[in-house]
Design a protein around this ligand. Structure first.
Ligand SMILES: [Fe+2]
Length: 119
């Protein structure tokens, strides 16, 4: 059963899909930096009436029985906080990083990026 619609239109004119920046390769259990940004090319409005409310990040670890793993939640206030977050994480093996963001008018949007782990 599908309970909600997640949008991920990546056409040039949209400004909601979260853009994920990670290293092309990481080492097992070694910290690396992740940046998630909404409106990278075309800024999203940042007003009390229309803003990005939160950004969440999950990790789907290859071969793990229970997925995805919650990594981080960023609760953003309108006007002052920009919808761009950077944090540090580590993973033991390959997987998929999933970013969700919520716009108070346009709803839930997602994007994902493969995390490649090598010794
Ligand atoms: Fe919006």
């Amino acid at each position: 059963m599908k309970t909600y619609e997640v949008q991920n239109d990546t056409s040039k004119t949209e400004k909601h899909t979260p853009y994920i920046e990670i290293p092309s390769e990481v080492k097992p259990n070694e910290p690396f930096q992740v940046t998630v940004q909404v409106g990278k090319d075309i800024p999203h409005p940042n007003l009390v009436e229309h803003h990005i409310k939160w950004i969440q990040v999950f990790f789907e670890e290859e071969g793990r029985a229970f997925n995805p793993i919650h990594i981080a939640t960023f609760d953003l206030g309108p006007t002052y906080a920009e919808p761009k977050v950077t944090f540090t994480m580590k993973v033991p093996k390959n997987g998929k990083l999933i970013a969700l963001e919520y716009c108070n008018i346009h709803g839930l949007w997602e994007n994902s990026a493969d995390v490649k782990v090598s010794e």
